[in-house]
Design a protein around this ligand. Structure first.
Ligand code: GAP
Length: 468
């Protein structure tokens, strides 16, 4: 399904998110807090549904993956072992006129010059020098920049440090969730009766001091990752890597994302330990950008943690008595990016008729898969001031809410209530009218077709069960 109806679809999605309580800018009453967002009442439902689908696909539907919820704070040694303290950085330049701090690789790319955040400071500065004339500050338009320097993205804290000068020995808010998986690999192996190949899945917050955070919730400084690390026998990685690529692609199709809005991006400039790395990209309103990474990481992670911790993280194969360091295939997705992809995919403006003055009557509708919709069923009494209708509607609502996330709404005319539910993606609206009191039938209205049908109250649960 082609999604882009206009160039300003990003603004429309941002506006809907604010208006209908999906996403709020952080700390708004204090003029905001850059690159951090809050999920509102419907946003938290959608985000939870995304996580539920991922967790189900990764754990419930498989017998080779177990879950984990490691702490955000960990020993700072972990971030040294992983290479983050030394090497987790993006190239930064500063506009000498307006002092905006900007990501140099992005500036170069936007000017049509190939650059990569993995390049060394020397490499990227060479390219920068050769192309300075092409680059303007996106904030003030000037072309006077400081030389590029690598800026470390790890966010520091004083947790557990009472010396008053914690900058000398900082602790870190985790920059990725997978490190918590690597350092618990042995605990899981010893406690969960798993055998290689097996995976550990985790959903949790990660923090990065992103230099420029733009494009709404696409790139934020606090975000949530859904990561799975699959431990395999050396030499078997590429077989599982291909299987995981296929599985992760299918996951997005199952969420209702169309294949034409997805594509693979192969990393050309691999980090030294990686064997292969691909991103699944989604066609956001600002173009195809990374949604998830699928990476064959070799034995780098466990080797580094063996070296730095002094612990033996080898695997003893019970069948062959062979000892080896497992290789890892990683799948790493962002909750916020999946959220934004789903909203982009689902957002529609549809003509529903013609008004008396000849202009088009339109509705905004989020065509989310029912399993992802924040509210599954909205229950309306036809009139607010008729206690018998309200009572019956409450009775039905109280029954349905035991199984599905429902909403009760008796405000305004039915047309307005439909429009509101369309905007938040509710697949079914149910109206209780005077006929209901006579024949026990309610009107069920379908979000996508806008068709209405009468269903007996006793049949409602079966009706919804087969559809949601
Ligand atoms: N453990 C591997 C890893 O963290 P990554 O490509 O840096 O790899 C994985 O991040 C995923 O996390 C991305 O594909 C994206 O969905 C999400 N992500 C990364 N940085 C993000 C940010 N600043 N804001 C929102 N999501 C982000």
């Amino acid at each position: 399904m082609k999604k882009k109806e206009s160039d300003n679809s990003m603004e429309k999605i941002i506006s809907l998110c604010k208006r209908r309580g999906f996403v709020f800018p952080s700390s708004e009453i204090y003029d905001g807090f850059a690159a951090v967002y809050d999920f509102g009442p419907y946003g938290v439902e959608l985000a939870n549904n995304i996580k539920k689908e991922w967790w189900k696909a990764m754990t419930q539907l498989r017998d080779d993956i177990v879950g984990l919820d490691s702490a955000i704070f960990m020993s700072p040694k972990i971030w040294e072992a992983s290479g983050h303290v030394k090497g987790f950085s993006d190239p930064l330049t500063e506009c000498r006129k307006c002092h905006a701090r900007l990501r140099l690789d992005t500036l170069l790319e936007e000017a049509g010059v190939f650059a990569d955040e993995k390049m060394t400071e020397e490499e990227i500065n060479l390219i920068f020098e050769a192309n300075r004339g092409k680059i303007k500050c996106p904030v003030c338009g000037a072309s006077d920049f400081t030389p590029g320097r690598k800026f470390n993205l790890l966010v520091q804290s004083n947790l557990g440090n009472f010396t008053g000068d914690w900058t000398k020995e900082p602790t870190y808010l985790r920059g990725e969730t997978c490190q918590g998986i690597y350092v618990n690999y042995k605990n899981v192996l010893d406690s969960a009766r798993v055998k290689i190949p097996f995976g550990i899945a985790q959903i949790g917050k990660a923090f990065r001091n992103e230099i420029t955070a733009r494009q709404f919730i696409f790139r934020t400084r606090e975000f949530e990752q859904m990561e799975m690390q699959y431990f395999v026998k050396p030499g078997e990685d590429m077989k599982y890597f291909e299987a995981w690529r296929a599985a992760r692609w299918q996951f997005y199709l199952n969420l209702g994302i169309s294949a034409e809005n997805l594509r693979w991006h192969k990393h050309e400039n691999l980090v030294f330990y990686a064997k292969e790395a691909y991103d699944i990209e989604y066609n956001f309103p600002f173009g195809f950008k990374e949604l998830e990474g699928v990476h064959a990481r070799g034995d780098y992670d466990l080797t580094q943690h063996t070296k730095y911790s002094g612990q033996d993280l080898n695997y003893l194969d019970p069948a062959t008595n062979e000892k080896f360091t497992p290789h890892i295939v990683e799948t790493s997705a962002g909750v916020g990016r999946t959220f934004l992809a789903l909203l982009t995919e689902a957002y529609r403006e549809e003509k529903t008729g013609t008004l008396e003055d000849g202009t088009a009557e339109t509705r905004i509708v989020l065509k989310l898969a029912p399993k992802l919709a924040p509210i599954k069923i909205a229950v309306f009494p036809l009139l607010k001031n008729k206690p018998e209708l309200v009572g019956k509607a409450r009775e039905i609502f109280d029954k349905l809410k035991l199984t599905w996330r429902c909403e009760f709404d008796d405000n305004g005319n039915i047309g307005k209530r439909y429009r509101r539910q369309d905007e938040i993606g509710t697949p079914y609206c149910l109206t209780i009218d005077f006929d209901t009191l006579e024949n026990s039938e309610v009107t069920v209205r379908d979000r996508d077709t806008m068709q209405q049908e009468r269903i007996n109250i006793d049949e409602l649960e079966n009706f919804f069960r087969s559809r949601i």
